[in-house]
Design a protein around this ligand. Structure first.
Ligand code: GDP
Ligand code: IMO
Ligand code: MG
Length: 430
């Protein structure tokens, strides 16, 4: 029996939500361990669309425990709004099926404001963040001035914590020409939200430990992707958390052996939202067609995603860094009807060749992809549930990718719908 971590192996939006939903049929507990409501995970179940940002994708299945780990930055207002929206779709959410780590750090309105002020001030040099306050909140956590979820249970000591936080933030805000935050108003906001969110707070590390001891299966749900990892991604165009599988343990309060199998989610082409290097980006009709066929618009911000060819060199690098055991290849159907498909196998930078993307924004900006060409297919892969349903050229494309990334393909996804999956190897079987 294995506990499985699902992580994105590109720049996010690979289809993690769909695969976590599919795999959660085999799990007892689903855990988010990093990121926040910058994530947008989409599930489609019999035509009904569920969009999740902070809630683990297991929430839509009855009888599963959903957990938000300590590594997640939690905006309580956003979370309550998301819960209401999902309840409106008939999803049951109570403290019996959702626990939030009591030691999780909160995202406050001032974090989103700072995020946006910085982006605006940066002008052309902006990161292209989701504006959700993710970076500023993680900074406060590392700076030891964050408000933790459990702090809401002790209103008498909140004023000191708020003062400590505002000493820092009001100084920053003055630099941006913004008005100071009023301590009393923030205290009132926190007191108001406390009774709504505190019933879900608990010792997540203990719940997970007990679940493991009882032989329950745990599924860890990553957000973003390896190339957005604060250490390993295309820095500074990254998010502010570690998105690799190692974070599943740290971000939930388990040891390094918590994960037995790491499933990397890999889109059959490449997309990116926000700024930053993208070697295989297509600024032409082909990129346009990928975006249209793949409906590549951000779930969170509605921004158009940048599109390009599959980058095998970059995915191979991501899979090694994150310790991926097998991948799920998603959105293969989007490539239906393309006559020719290109795959990047390496790079040339200033006359030197590389089989990986070297670090550093100055080198990355001169990168030229080296491509190999593959034949496209005229048949349809949409909705395929068995290998035999795929056109011969699609099989060749998948097999070539597997060879280039040096990692086995465990699953192939062929539509947004829950059950449209080709299973080759069950991650829970190790
Ligand atoms: P996540 O952030 O990794 O969970 O991915 P998103 O949900 O943000 O974006 C993936 C999008 O592709 C969603 O709209 C999914 O419904 C959709 N999707 C997932 N798998 C497939 C697939 O195999 N084929 C197609 N056409 N769409 C897919
Ligand atoms: P899911 O989980 C795609 C990107 C933003 C920006 C950078 C930093 O749905 O795959 P942040 O708000 O985190 O400080 O923004 O990271 N980004 C994502 N891109 N999918 C995501 O999540 C993302 N979460 C953040 O666009 O470039
Ligand atoms: Mg997404």
């Amino acid at each position: 029996m294995a506990d499985v971590a699902v992580i994105g192996a590109q720049w996010g939006d690979e289809g993690k939500g769909k695969l976590v939903d599919w795999l959660s049929a085999r799990a007892d507990v689903v855990v988010r361990f990093q990121g926040g409501h910058n994530a947008g995970h989409t599930l489609v179940i019999d035509g009904e669309v569920y969009k999740l940002s902070l809630l683990p994708s297991g929430i839509v299945r009855d009888g599963k425990m959903s957990v938000i780990g300590n590594g997640v930055v939690v905006d309580p207002w956003a979370l309550l709004a998301e819960m209401e929206r999902l309840k409106g779709q008939g999803v049951k959410i109570t403290p019996t099926n959702l626990m939030i780590a009591e030691n999780a750090s909160l995202i406050l309105p001032l974090h989103g404001e700072l995020d946006k002020m910085r982006e605006e001030a940066a002008g052309k040099g902006k990161i292209g963040t989701t504006g959700r306050g993710i970076g500023p909140s993680y900074e406060d956590k590392a700076g030891r001035r964050a408000i933790k979820l459990i702090d809401l249970a002790y209103p008498e000591s909140l004023p000191q914590k708020i003062e400590r936080l505002l000493t820092h933030h009001n100084a920053l805000r003055r630099g941006f020409g913004a008005a100071d935050i009023d301590a009393g108003a923030l205290l009132a906001q926190l007191k108001e939200i406390a009774p709504q969110i505190l019933p879900f707070a608990g010792p997540v590390w203990k719940l997970l430990h007990d679940a493991r001891k009882a032989g329950n299966r745990i599924l860890f749900e990553g957000a973003q992707g390896v190339l957005l990892d604060v250490d390993h991604g295309t820095y500074p165009f990254v998010t502010s958390s570690n998105t690799v599988a190692g974070q599943a343990a740290t971000g939930s309060g388990l040891g390094p052996r918590a994960v037995n199998y790491v499933l990397g989610i890999v889109k059959a082409y490449t997309t990116r939202v926000g700024e930053g290097p993208f070697p295989t980006e297509l600024d032409d009709d082909i990129g346009q067609k990928l975006g249209e066929r793949g409906h590549e618009f951000g779930t969170v911000t509605g921004r158009k995603r940048r599109c390009g060819w599959f980058d095998a060199a970059l995915v191979r690098q991501s899979l090694r860094i994150a310790g991926v055991d097998g991948i799920a290849l998603t959105k293969l159907d989007v490539l239906d009807t393309f006559e020719e498909l290109k795959v990047c196998t390496g790079y040339e930078i200033d006359g030197q060749s590389f089989d990986y993307l070297p670090a550093g924004i100055d080198r990355q900006k001169n990168v030229k992809p080296i491509y190999e060409s593959l034949q496209g297919w005229s048949g349809s892969t949409a909705g395929a549930r068995s290998w035999a349903d795929l056109p011969a050229e699609a099989v060749k494309y998948v097999r070539r990718i597997e060879e280039l990334i040096e990692c086995p393909i465990a699953l192939v996804s062929t539509s947004p719908e829950r059950e449209d999956v080709i299973l080759m190897k069950d991650p829970f079987e190790g």
